[in-house]
Ligand binder design. Sequence first.
Ligand code: SF4
Ligand code: SF4
Length: 371
Amino acid sequence: MHATNVVRSAALTEADRLMTICNGCRYCEGLCAVFPAMEMRRTFHAGDLNYLANLCHQCGACYSDCQYSPPHEFNVNVPATLAKVRNDSYAQYAWPGMFAGAFARNGLFITLLASASVAAFIAAFVALKDPAALYGRHAGDFYKLMPHNAMVALFGAVFIYAIVALVMSLRAFWRDITGDTPGADIGAVGQATGDAAHLKYLGGGGGGCTSENDKPSALRRVFHHFTFYGFMFCFASTSVATVYHYAFGWHAPYALLSAPVLLGIVGGLGLLIGPAGLFVLAQKRAPILTDKPRLGMDTAFLAMLFLTSLTGFALMLLRDTGAMGLLLAVHLGVVLGLFLSLPYGKFVHGLYRYLALVKYAHERRTATFVE
Ligand code: SF4
Ligand code: SF4
């Protein structure tokens, strides 16, 4: 029994109608994972539709190929409808539920969060230190403005909160999409990990994603790769720096050719190129393929990643100057805003999609047919 059978939003009702049409047509079955997963069902519970929506990469191929898309009276628009269901699902599974509203006006929410975080760091640096220290030269020593232990305590606490909130949200999603069927096997996890690592289904059936004028292009997949691996390199940089600090007693600032800095540079470049490219492509995207009212969520997340990298580079280049204090406050504020918004922004889409891929791999491996 799926938990969300009772409630049907307009988007879920429309997705149910479209999947029923597509299940009779099946023309698009080779394009992505959504259609083969759909074919394993005769009816569509809310949990099934949330699963299918989170399998969809919104490449647009099934809209371009569809003989029933507008102006046909069937009015079939799978990418936009699944985008609405998907965006609704983020709020539905948010933990704690009282923060679900953050997804409604996500751009505004994240802008306010980041601005408040930056302001808090500037105020704290001024209030807790000599105000002149904000503009002083500290030879790249960030800890003159904020002690290492205070930094670790603050970011560690926020990071743990974000992990707990994400795990609780993912648990609710997994329970809803799996219902009474078995969970997953290790082979399915391996296959899903491989598919996610090279964004297999962003291929749009071969030609790539449709961004403008119905022309498929591989660029969206490329910029997704820059973004994902940029994020992972930055994460690796922070992890290595943590090991340096606690295991070896080697304290920041690190040399330009040290592992944390090199990993950070590679990751930072990925987080400049990827989000910028995705933003440009989003501006060119045919609006009919999107969930227009909630494009702000995508933009806010891309902006946060881009600004995290930009302010990180600025800090690295100017850490020996009098601008370091202010840049440190801005960078830490942006990173804090990013961490706080991880469970309540577009970041969740990668995690839900991964779990949907695990379920898909499991269904295919076990040939599970859902009535
Ligand atoms: S999107 Fe259109 S062409 Fe593709 S399966 Fe559905 S109805 Fe058929
Ligand atoms: S938009 Fe792309 S990923 Fe989504 S259902 Fe259509 S073909 Fe599949």
